[in-house]
Design a protein around this ligand. Structure first.
Ligand SMILES: [Zn+2]
Ligand SMILES: [Zn+2]
Length: 299
């Protein structure tokens, strides 16, 4: 296969734009059976929620949805570690990385790499999850299919030298499933199987589909305020389900911005969390687009 693969230097912190990687993954992706079986078991396990309801179990599910989906994935994996839209102390980065791991959406480095690749090739050949290949592919098909660019550590780690050169992030990346087993054990000790069903299985399924709607629905339906050069859209119900991530066209237009809801009515609870961290002196260098940048990018 003809390709020019330019590797960024091992210690490089240069953005990957300068090291364009030519797609050489096959057009048809074989199924990752272990991942597919894991997804199936989690979805089947969630059905046990019908037989184990209690108000306490529901609260455990909702609080953990926010902690793992809102704090872990949205604030931690995405806005902090993928886009570096604000800074926190190093120990806090690791805490967010562990909390993000509890969503079982792969280790931090793998997740960040896949997402940086998504921005690098948005809705073009090489985007890991564009709806140009169909809704199901963009929603969940891509993550049960083999794609060496985001499955092979040597290949995907080159998208995140900032994380791959940090031994603690590498450890958290490699041990990402362990944290969920520890959480499940804690929930079992606290409230028995109902807490495990609602706090792990059902909660995982809900967080999965909420996150996946950003990749599928928020690249298909909704409105587009800014010329982002791709299919990303702003979609209110995805924003509500994902703590602000559904303002996805805004995000594609201003990837560095800690704030995704840019109009007063585009509710972005994750930005409120970041502002709270800033107020507490824990978040610094919170990035926002300037009024001029906003005006220039209008479609
Ligand atoms: Zn996107
Ligand atoms: Zn992003």
């Amino acid at each position: 296969m003809q390709e020019t693969l330019i590797k960024p230097s091992e210690n490089s912190t240069q953005p990957i734009e300068n090291n364009r990687v030519i797609e050489n993954t096959p057009k048809k992706y074989p199924i990752k059976w272990v991942t597919a079986a894991f997804m199936l078991i989690v979805h089947l396990g969630a059905l046990a929620a019908f037989f184990t309801f209690s108000w306490k179990a529901l609260m455990v599910c909702l609080v953990l949805h926010w902690i793992t989906g809102g704090v872990g994935i949205t604030l931690g994996y995405h806005r902090l570690l993928t886009h570096r839209s604000f800074k926190v102390p190093k120990w806090m980065e690791y805490v967010f990385s562990i909390i993000g791991s509890l969503a079982c959406q792969s280790g931090t480095i793998a997740w960040v790499a896949a997402h940086r690749l998504h921005h690098l090739k948005s809705d073009e050949e090489g985007d890991p999850h564009s709806p140009t290949k169909g809704f199901f592919w963009a929603h969940m098909g891509w993550c049960i299919s083999k794609n060496n660019e985001i499955d092979d550590y040597k290949r995907y780690s080159k998208y995140c030298p900032d994380l791959a050169n940090d031994p603690i992030h590498v450890f958290i990346n490699n041990s990402h499933l362990l944290w969920t087993f520890l959480l499940a054990a804690g929930l079992y000790a606290w409230g028995g199987w109902p807490f495990v069903v609602w706090g792990v299985f059902l909660r995982l399924v809900l967080v999965y589909h909420c996150t996946w709607f950003v990749n599928s629905a928020a690249h298909i339906w909704g409105y587009r305020t800014y010329a982002s050069g791709d299919l990303s859209t702003n979609l209110w119900w995805v924003a509500l389900l994902t703590y602000g991530e559904g303002w996805h066209n805004n995000h594609h237009a201003f990837q560095y911005s800690a704030r995704h809801g840019l109009k007063w009515w585009e509710v972005d609870t994750t930005y409120w969390m970041i502002k709270t961290l800033e107020f507490l002196g824990l978040a610094k260098a919170v990035k926002l687009p300037s009024p001029q940048a906003l005006a220039q990018a209008i479609r």
